[in-house]
Design a binder for this molecule. Structure first.
Ligand SMILES: [Zn+2]
Length: 184
């Protein structure tokens, strides 16, 4: 049998991928994640998410440009390289053009452990300073969250699990809506 490539985990070492493949085939990823992270975070609304993002920004990136909007987005598709989106929307205000920063987080992360939400938000906040996924970007991520790389791996593991099973590990209440946010 030829295994499907693990699209969310490209670039990880072959031994890691072999382990993930074995866990996937044994349907063990969900249980493993739940055992490590039994609790979901309690950030339920866009307002609460905005406050959460602002608190982190105040702590680590006080001087970065202000964020105008933060939202959970059920239409957002997770792509390999962007776990959320960071957009700059230009609006004409009177005579001057103002750039507004928006952060959108895929709605499936409404139901996930606090560590995963933090990783996603840290990623998006780092983009306020660094556009590319380069060394400076990841240094900023690990400055805000020392376990960033491990958490990003585990988030990708969760996406791999979701892609294979369409079954959420946390808060399964609107699992059907969730599939719309998944990549094709
Ligand atoms: Zn990014």
């Amino acid at each position: 049998m030829v295994a499907k490539p693990l699209k969310f985990l490209q670039g990880y070492p072959p031994e890691t991928l072999a382990q993930v493949q074995a866990m996937l085939e044994g349907q063990r990823i969900g249980a493993w994640l739940l055992q490590k992270y039994p609790q979901a975070h309690g950030v339920r609304t866009d307002r609460a998410l905005f406050d959460y993002v602002q608190t982190l920004k105040q702590e680590y990136l006080r001087g970065a440009e202000p964020i105008s909007k933060v939202a959970f987005d059920s239409k957002l598709r997770i792509v390999q390289q962007a776990l959320g989106t960071h957009t700059t929307v230009s609006r004409v205000q009177g005579a001057k053009l103002k750039a507004k920063r928006e952060i959108r987080i895929a709605a499936l992360f409404k139901d996930c452990p606090p560590e995963f939400l933090r990783m996603i938000v840290v990623h998006e906040l780092a983009h306020l300073r660094e556009r590319e996924h380069d060394k400076a970007f990841y240094q900023l991520c690990t400055y805000m969250e020392p376990a960033y790389h491990q958490l990003e791996f585990e988030v990708r593991l969760y996406l791999t699990h979701l892609d294979a099973t369409a079954t959420r590990c946390w808060g399964a209440s609107d699992a059907a809506a969730n599939t719309a946010a998944m990549p094709r």
